[in-house]
Ligand binder design. Structure first.
Ligand SMILES: Nc1ncnc2c1ncn2[C@@H]1O[C@H](COP(=O)(O)OP(=O)(O)OP(=O)(O)O)[C@@H](O)[C@H]1O
Length: 600
C-alpha cells in the first residue's frame, strides 16, 4: 500500500517531444554521423513534397559548414511554395504536426515528425535554435524566425520573428547547428545521387565547406502530384471506423458511399444487407456491436482495388533507365514497373531495375538500391523486405553467382511506392514484410533476371565466336608462310582473310601519329559501332568510340569518325551489325588496310 502511494507520486504524463528526446534513435538520430544525414534527408523530403504539390521543378541547395571542432551548421533551401507565417512555428517547433498524416496518397512525409525532430536534435546537441526563412510569393516579404521546441509541452517557442528581403520569390530555408561529423560524407553524396536518380526532375546543389557538387535534373517535367483518395474499406480498423461514424450525421448507406473509396450504391446496399443494418439510420447512432459487424462485413464483400492511378506516382521504366545510365554507364540496364497492387486496402506499386557492368564493382556483392516513395533507404538493409526478397531469388538460374545476395558487377534497384509504405519503424529505414509487396518485388526481379540472362548468354556467345576467330587468325600467317615455303612462292598478304574472319577493318603498320577517317552509310539503320582494338596490347578489350558526326536523311544513317591512331604498330576496328550498308576508310593507303564490305 505504501509502495503504491510512493509510485503514485511518480506517475506523470510524458510529452511526445520528451519521449523522442530520450529515444532519438527511433527517428534516425542514433549517432552524430547519422544525425547530419537524417536532418538533410528530412528537409529534402519536405522540399520535394512541397515542390511536387505546387508543380514546381525543384531546385534544392544544401550548405554544410564546420563551425567548431565537432559542430556543423547545415542549411537546406528550396524553391517550393513556402509556408504561411502563422504555420511556421508549428511545422518546425511541434512534433506530430503536418499536412500529410490524414491524406491517403503517396508522399515522402507521412508522420509530421521529420523536420521538428531535426530541430529537437539540434537544440539537444548544440543548444542553438533553428532559423527558418520562408516566403509564399513575390508580392509578399519573406519571414525569418528563430525558434525552439519546449520539450515538456511539445509546443513551439518563437525567439524572434521579422519580415526580411529575400532573393527567392518563394521557398523555404531551414538552418540548424548541431554536434556531428562528416565521417559519412561519401554516404551523404551517395544519398543525393540516389535521390536524383528517382527524382529526375530535381536539381540538387551541395556545398560542403565551400566545395560544390551539382546533381543535374535529367527531366524537365514535374511528375503529376498524387491526389488524395478516401480510405478503402479493406484497409480500415475498428477505432477509425468508430471515429468516422461518430463524426457523421449521414444515413449509413450514404456514409459508406461518401467516406470510402470504391463504394457505390450497389456495394453499400450489399454490405448493409449482409450486416443486417438498416441503411436509413444515421452513422453516428450505430452501436459498438453494429460497427463491429459492419467492419467485418466490409472486409468480406468484394470491392475493387483503390484507384492507384491518381494516388500513386511511380517513376516509370524510361526515367529509371535514364537515371541509372547517367550514373553508372551500364553495359545492360532494364526496368519494370508492375501493375498496382493492394495490401490491407493500401495501394502500392513496385518498380525494379537491373544493371550490369559499366562502372559497377566487378567483385563483391551486388549494389542494392532501395527506395520507398522516391526516397532512398540507406540504413538497415538486412532488415528490409526488399533485401529479403532479393535474397529469396535463385540468381544462379540467371547466370549470376550468389552468396545470399547476388554477386558481381550487378545493380538491383527496387522502388516501393504506396499510400502507406509499411516501414518497420518511425525512422523509415526498412520496408516491413508484407507478402503482397514481397511477391510483386520477386516477380519484377524474375522478369528482369530473364532479360539479364539473355544479355549475358549473347555476350558470352559473342566472346566465344571472337576467341575462335582470334585463334584461327593467329595461325593463318603461319600456314601462309609454310605453304609459300613448300610451293616456293612469295608469302601472300593474308590480312584480307583475317579481316573477313574477324569482321573487321584492319589498318596495318606504319601509321604512328596519323589520323584516319571512317564513314559508314547504313541503309538499314542497324546500329553500327566502331570499336578500337590495340593489337599490340592484345587485351581483347576494345574501346567504343562515339561518332564525330551522325546524319539521318530519308532513313539512311551516316556516321563518321576521325580517329587518332594509337602509337603502336597496328590496330583493328570492328563494326557489329551488317547488311545493306557500306563503309569507307580515308586517310590511309589502300595497302595499309583491309576494307570489309558491310554487304557481306
Ligand atoms: N520546405 C517546406 N515547404 C513547404 N511545406 C513544408 C516544408 N517543410 C515542411 N512543410 C510542411 O510541414 C509539415 C510537417 O513536416 P514534417 O517534416 O515535420 O512532417 P512530414 O513531412 O509531414 O512527415 P514525416 O514525419 O514522415 O517526415 C509537412 O507535412 C508540410 O505540410
Amino acid at each position: 500500500m505504501v509502495l503504491a502511494e510512493e509510485l503514485a507520486k511518480q506517475q506523470k504524463s510524458i510529452s511526445v517531444a520528451e519521449f523522442f528526446e530520450k529515444n532519438k534513435h527511433l527517428l534516425g538520430f542514433d549517432s552524430p554521423t547519422r544525425g547530419i544525414i537524417t536532418t538533410i534527408k528530412e528537409a529534402i523530403d519536405n522540399a520535394l513534397d512541397a515542390c511536387e504539390e505546387s508543380m514546381v521543378l525543384p531546385d534544392i541547395l544544401v550548405i554544410i559548414r564546420k563551425t567548431g571542432s565537432d559542430t556543423y551548421s547545415i542549411a537546406v533551401e528550396d524553391n517550393g511554395p513556402g509556408i504561411m507565417p502563422e504555420q511556421v512555428p508549428f511545422v518546425f517547433g511541434k512534433l506530430l504536426y503536418g499536412s500529410r498524416f490524414h491524406q491517403v496518397r503517396q508522399s515522402r512525409g507521412q508522420q509530421g515528425i521529420g523536420i521538428s525532430a531535426a530541430v529537437l536534435y539540434a537544440q539537444l546537441t548544440s543548444g542553438t535554435p533553428a532559423v527558418v526563412i520562408s516566403r509564399t510569393g513575390a508580392k509578399t516579404k519573406a519571414h525569418r524566425f528563430t525558434l525552439m521546441i519546449r520539450t515538456q509541452t511539445n509546443e513551439p517557442e518563437v525567439l524572434s520573428h521579422e519580415e526580411i528581403d529575400w532573393a527567392l520569390p518563394h521557398g523555404t530555408r531551414i538552418e540548424l547547428e548541431f554536434a556531428s561529423s562528416m565521417a559519412a560524407k561519401k554516404r551523404l553524396l551517395e544519398y543525393l545521387k540516389y535521390t536524383s536518380i528517382v527524382n529526375p526532375h530535381a536539381r540538387f546543389r551541395i556545398e560542403i565547406d565551400g566545395e560544390g557538387t551539382t546533381f543535374e535534373r535529367v527531366s524537365g517535367e514535374v511528375p503529376p502530384c498524387p491526389r488524395s483518395i478516401k480510405p478503402h474499406p479493406h484497409g480500415i480498423e475498428l477505432g477509425i471506423l468508430k471515429r468516422m461514424a461518430a463524426a457523421s450525421d449521414l444515413p449509413v448507406e450514404v456514409f459508406l458511399q461518401e467516406e470510402f473509396s470504391r463504394v457505390g450504391k450497389k456495394t453499400a446496399s450489399e454490405i448493409l444487407a449482409l450486416a443486417l443494418i438498416d441503411g436509413g439510420v444515421t452513422a453516428s447512432s450505430l452501436s459498438p456491436p453494429d460497427l463491429k459487424t459492419l467492419l467485418a462485413t466490409m472486409q468480406t464483400v468484394r470491392i475493387p482495388a483503390p484507384p492507384a492511378q491518381t494516388c500513386l506516382s511511380p517513376i516509370g521504366e524510361e526515367l529509371l533507365v535514364e537515371g541509372l545510365e547517367k550514373e553508372f554507364a551500364l553495359d545492360f540496364v532494364k526496368a519494370r514497373s508492375r501493375a498496382p497492387g493492394v495490401f490491407s486496402g493500401h495501394s502500392f506499386v513496385v518498380e525494379a531495375a537491373i544493371g550490369y557492368g559499366g562502372r559497377l564493382e566487378a567483385e563483391g556483392s551486388a549494389k542494392i538500391l532501395r527506395f520507398a516513395n522516391r526516397v532512398p533507404l540507406l540504413y538497415q538493409q538486412g532488415a528490409c523486405a526488399i533485401t529479403q526478397s532479393i535474397q529469396s531469388i535463385n540468381w544462379k538460374g540467371y547466370g549470376i553467382s550468389q552468396a545470399g545476395l547476388p554477386m558481381g558487377p550487378v545493380l538491383i534497384l527496387v522502388h516501393v511506392a504506396s499510400t502507406n509504405v509499411p516501414f518497420t519503424s518511425e525512422s523509415k529505414d526498412a520496408v516491413a514484410s508484407i507478402p503482397e509487396v514481397e511477391r510483386e518485388i520477386v516477380l519484377a526481379l524474375q522478369e528482369l533476371g530473364r532479360d539479364l540472362k539473355l544479355f549475358l548468354s549473347r555476350r558470352d556467345r559473342g566472346r566465344i565466336a571472337e576467341d575462335r576467330a582470334r585463334a584461327v587468325c593467329a595461325i593463318i600467317p603461319d600456314i601462309a608462310s609454310k605453304v609459300a615455303e613448300i610451293v616456293e612462292a612469295p608469302v601472300p598478304d593474308t590480312s584480307a582473310i583475317e579481316g573477313r574472319i574477324m569482321r573487321r577493318v584492319v589498318v596495318k603498320r606504319g601509321l604512328r601519329g596519323d589520323h584516319v577517317s571512317i564513314r559508314v552509310d547504313n541503309h538499314t539503320a542497324k546500329p553500327v559501332e566502331l570499336t578500337l582494338y590495340d593489337i599490340s596490347a592484345d587485351t581483347g578489350e576494345g574501346a567504343t568510340i562515339p561518332p564525330d558526326f551522325v546524319s539521318d536523311l530519308d532513313g539512311e544513317t551516316t556516321k563518321c569518325w576521325r580517329v587518332a591512331l594509337p602509337p603502336h604498330e597496328s590496330f583493328l576496328t570492328e563494326y557489329p551489325g551488317s547488311g545493306g550498308g557500306s563503309l569507307s576508310v580515308q586517310g590511309i593507303d589502300e595497302s595499309q588496310m583491309v576494307l570489309l564490305n558491310l554487304d557481306e
